[in-house]
Ligand binder design. Structure first.
Ligand code: F6R
Length: 242
């Protein structure tokens, strides 16, 4: 694991966006695994700026998001599809048909998980972007998840619902289940980039990097992947021993 620590979030996301921009220019047909949540928003903003200023093109890029809530109707403003369109896809020259997010609104969710796995089998992800939950979940793989699972339907941990209630009017509206790439699917990416900012992620980051590999800390399995980079601001890195 390579760990990069920045004085400010601004420096972190400028540097990371630069690396993404280079990777896309080097491989215009790159397969990008993407994440939602608050953490990567500044990255998407920097990439939009880069697309406008430096003409980095996404015409041949394919994207694969980690996860989606179950039960929100299509077009719901908090669905991850709406989020990705609004925050990123609508501002770059990507073909929306090349943007993939598992659906949480179809009837047959088992079939949807199967479909998403087949898609991922055909399209190995070059760079998988990850945020991390305060309980060290990655995607929506909560503590206790198996390390070898493919796309699955999961119950959200109460801690995760608490963390995400800020996006909804009240707790009753926060979905209780989600569809997510499994940890096994995530580990198939050629390279994994995990980003964490803020003090609230410090403990999860310490356990991920310095703790034992255990299903109690889902992100700890990243220690076993050969190409992982972790990007932290001061807050998220504050409990690391070195
Ligand atoms: C999002 C995802 C989640 C988030 C995590 C952190 O697609 O899979 O694992 O990355 O919950 O969320 P934020 O960034 O909002 O703290």
């Amino acid at each position: 694991m390579k760990v990069f620590i920045y004085d400010t979030k601004e420096d972190l996301f400028k540097d990371l966006a630069n690396k993404y921009s280079k990777a896309i220019k080097n491989n215009p047909k790159i397969n990008l695994g993407l994440a939602t949540g608050s953490t990567p928003v500044p990255l998407y903003e920097e990439l939009i700026k880069d697309h406008k200023e430096n003409k980095t093109s996404y015409k041949d890029v394919k994207t694969f998001n980690l996860d989606e809530y179950i039960g929100l109707p299509e077009g719901h403003e908090q669905s991850y599809r709406t989020f990705m369109n609004n925050i990123f896809f609508n501002h770059i020259d990507i073909n929306l048909e090349n943007t993939n997010i598992p659906s949480g609104s179809v009837k047959d969710l088992a079939m949807e998980a199967f479909r998403y796995d087949k898609l991922l089998e055909k399209n190995q992800i070059d760079i998988q972007l990850l945020g991390i939950g305060t309980n060290a979940h990655i995607g929506f793989n909560e503590p206790g998840s198996k390390f070898d699972s493919n796309t699955i339907i999961v119950e959200l941990a109460q801690e995760t619902r608490d963390a995400n209630v800020r996006f909804f009017d009240n707790m009753d509206e926060v979905p209780t289940t989600a569809i997510t790439m499994g940890i096994g699917s995530i580990l198939k990416a050629k390279k994994i980039i995990l980003v964490a900012t803020g003090d609230s992620k410090a403990e999860a980051i310490k356990n991920t990097i310095e703790g034992p590999i255990t299903t109690d800390v889902p992100a700890s399995i990243l220690q076993a992947h050969e190409n992982v980079e972790i990007y932290l601001d001061k807050g998220a890195s504050k409990l690391l021993s070195k």
